[in-house]
Design a protein around this ligand. Structure first.
Ligand SMILES: [Fe+2]
Ligand SMILES: [Fe+2]
Length: 265
């Protein structure tokens, strides 16, 4: 397990939270998804592989613009929306094919859907930035919890998907954590319907939930980084892409940072 905090936190070095930084976070997210998907497309699927590579290239270019803060936000958003829409189209098309067993890929359907939902969330975020929309703290807490807790439960499921069956104890731990996050997700959906709109003030019950999720997301982030270190040192048997764990740790980090600041964008 990793001991040096400086090493394990390296992945957030270029994670910024100004508007450019948030746009870059989402573009990098899709860029990574494209790269991970690239590993899982059969060599029979040349057209799909080529289309995906084009998406990776375009997403990488726009991500670079966002991370180096080039150009004005309006133009950047237009490009970000465009490349995300293209990638989203490829994912949904492939997901439909996969449901009909008409494509040879090793990516599970639910993982395609996971990536589709993140692409859709990024489109929502881009629109909110564009409109300069004001979201109340309660709405932000509920939105972030409902969206991300399902993703967090999924991540643990994908760790299991890639982890070798022989990792009996780690797999057991991951399964328990997944079930915990499934329960937290259910709690978030309960709060979403119990606390009716318009949500002007923040009820103590929601603040308590928020604090619990921040704590859980922080420890999930640490767990993912510890696993990331093992995978990078080839010290655990897995078929996971080497930087997948960093990717999902960054998402856990993004969740608790947004909750702490009670914001979406
Ligand atoms: Fe992601
Ligand atoms: Fe994710």
């Amino acid at each position: 397990m990793n001991k040096g905090c400086g090493i394990v936190k390296g992945y957030t070095d270029n994670y910024e939270r100004d508007t450019y930084g948030i746009i870059a976070f989402w573009l990098r997210n899709d860029y990574d998804h494209g790269r991970f998907f690239d590993r899982e497309i059969s060599h029979y699927e040349t057209e799909l592989a080529r289309a995906n590579l084009n998406n990776i290239q375009r997403l990488g270019e726009v991500w670079k613009k966002a991370s180096t803060k080039q150009g004005d936000i309006g133009n950047l958003l237009k490009e970000a929306k465009h490349v995300t829409r293209e990638f989203h189209r490829l994912l949904t098309y492939t997901m439909d094919k996969s449901l009909r067993c008409e494509v040879i890929i090793s990516t599970p359907v639910s993982l395609l859907d996971h990536m589709v939902r993140e692409a859709e969330e990024s489109q929502r975020v881009f629109k909110l930035i564009e409109r300069g929309a004001k979201i109340s703290p309660s709405d932000a807490i509920i939105h972030e919890s409902v969206f991300w807790l399902r993703q967090m439960a999924d991540h643990l499921g994908y760790i299991l998907h890639y982890s070798d069956v022989s990792n009996y104890d780690v797999n057991f731990q991951v399964m328990e954590m997944m079930q915990k996050f499934e329960r937290l997700y259910m709690q978030a959906t309960a709060l979403q319907t119990m606390i009716r709109t318009p949500r002007k003030d923040t009820l103590p019950i929601l603040t308590q939930f928020k604090n619990m999720i921040i704590k859980e997301a922080k420890s999930l982030e640490d767990f993912k980084l510890q696993l990331s270190d093992l995978i990078k040192r080839c010290a655990i048997a897995t078929t996971s892409p080497p930087d997948l764990l960093e990717h999902i740790a960054r998402e856990a980090h993004h969740l608790w940072r947004n909750l702490e600041e009670e914001r979406i964008t």
